[in-house]
Design a binder for this molecule. Structure first.
Ligand SMILES: Cc1cc2nc3c(=O)[nH]c(=O)nc-3n(C[C@H](O)[C@H](O)[C@H](O)COP(=O)(O)OP(=O)(O)OC[C@H]3O[C@@H](n4cnc5c(N)ncnc54)[C@H](O)[C@@H]3O)c2cc1C
Length: 386
């Protein structure tokens, strides 16, 4: 077992860390207030190479792995989880297209995603169904040689920025009378007739991440917009979500590390009882608890990323990482807020934003309950009632 980063990995981590602390951290509060996706900053991050890390060189990528991508995303999330999430959704959706898309689709869409010139999204959730993807109802029906998509998607990240390129959209393609539904994944480019992006949501956190409902009203798609095989799309959506899972865990890990950074530095500078807060043992206990949670989360997240690159990651490995890191990050933000006292409750104190931002991480991309179910199943426990 090897716990040391290579020199190149360390260099990548340092480069992104320095950029994030110099360019992202100082503006993160303002981005949160503006509640608008920061295209210029995203482009700067892409120029650093962040969006290209795990892609093949033929698409303009660095040809590195999930592990290196996680190392970099962690540093972005340490400064601003919203920006890290927008970035990781585009990377993981791009990877889904790279795995399952046709050569033509990849040639047309991937280079801009890899370079970060454009951004993309994956759309499963609907107003009436999220965790239960079998309950999705957006449909696509063949009319002559054209697929007509109708329905609505909810809370789709990266869908309405000025650089949004396409959404991978899951739709029911089985006939209405079929005894069992089947689904197909479609690549829907921005600007397609019948595809509209609704008004941005007002969110508790991830405010500068871009989130919209999507509407499909007889949206016309030629067959070459199908990603992978007809009627096999639900599995691809799940694979896409799984790809994102380790990255979302990484976003929580980075945020938890950010909580530790802020708690330590505040405890060192805040004066209390003739010394500093950091000299009080109960403050030390809270900070030590954050440190232990961060360290443990890092182990499971790095392991899941490393196993993914080796082709060894099981669903359980991804679930353990996602479940643990996303849950402890909220705990870390809460403890860090406690260390900050009243200042922690203020909107412009970073840890209050961290608490708001991380809250969705235990819900999105397979909630904690869904991850727990996957882990229990792996341990041989099946649902024993209907
Ligand atoms: C800011 C934001 C961004 C998002 N971005 C995207 C995106 O880019 N693409 C996308 O497709 N979706 C996205 N989502 C949607 C997100 O993935 C869903 O909210 C999530 O999957 C949960 O689905 P739901 O909200 O319908 O909750 P439900 O599925 O209705 O779940 C409600 C509650 O029930 C629990 N629950 C559900 N099923 C079970 C079960 N079998 N056993 C025990 N408990 C269960 C859940 O854990 C949850 O606590 C986003 C959401 C938000 C808020």
């Amino acid at each position: 077992m090897q716990f040391l980063l290579t020199e190149d990995q360390r260099k990548l981590q340092d480069t992104v860390h320095d950029f994030a602390q110099a360019k992202i951290a100082p503006v993160a509060e303002q981005l949160d207030k503006d509640a608008k996706f920061p295209t210029v900053l995203f482009h700067e991050l892409s120029e650093l190479g962040l969006t290209s890390i795990p892609f093949e060189e033929k698409w303009g990528g660095m040809g590195l792995g999930t592990f290196e991508t996680a190392l970099a995303l962690e540093q972005v999330a340490r400064a601003d989880q919203s920006l890290a999430v927008g970035t990781m959704v585009s990377i993981s959706t791009g990877l889904t297209l790279a795995r399952f898309g046709s050569e033509e689709q990849k040639e047309k869409y991937l280079p801009d995603i890899v370079s970060g010139k454009k951004i993309c999204s994956i759309a499963g959730t609907e107003p009436q169904a999220g965790s239960d993807t079998a309950g999705l109802t957006t449909s696509a029906r063949l009319d002559g040689n054209i697929w007509r998509m109708n329905g609505e998607k909810a809370w789709i990240t990266n869908s309405g920025t000025d650089i949004s390129s396409f959404a991978l959209v899951l739709a029911v393609t089985s006939p209405v009378e079929a005894p069992k539904k089947s689904f197909t994944l479609f690549l829907v480019p921005v600007g397609t007739k019948g595809y509209t992006v609704g008004k941005s949501y007002d969110k508790m956190g991830w405010r500068s991440s871009d989130t919209h409902p999507l509407h499909f009203d007889d949206c016309e798609l030629s067959p070459d917009h199908i990603v992978g095989e007809l009627d096999k799309g639900r599995l691809l959506l799940h694979k896409g979500y799984q790809q994102a899972r380790v990255f979302l865990a990484t976003c929580s890990l980075g945020l938890a590390q950010g909580c530790l950074d802020h708690a330590v530095s505040y405890a060192k500078e805040r004066k209390a009882f003739g010394g500093t807060l950091g000299g009080l043992q109960m403050i030390q206990k809270m900070i030590a608890d954050i440190a232990v949670k961060v360290e443990t989360a890092r182990l499971v997240v790095y392991k899941a990323a490393w196993m993914t690159d080796k082709g060894l990651a099981s669903l359980k490995d991804l679930s353990v990482a996602k479940y643990y890191a996303t849950e402890i990050a909220t705990e870390c933000a809460n403890l860090a807020l406690q260390v900050h006292g009243g200042w922690g409750f203020m909107d412009d104190c970073p840890v209050s934003r961290y608490l708001r931002d991380n809250r969705i991480c235990t819900i999105g991309d397979g909630s904690s309950q869904i991850q727990a179910m996957i882990i229990a199943r792996d341990l041989g426990l099946e649902v024993s009632f209907t």
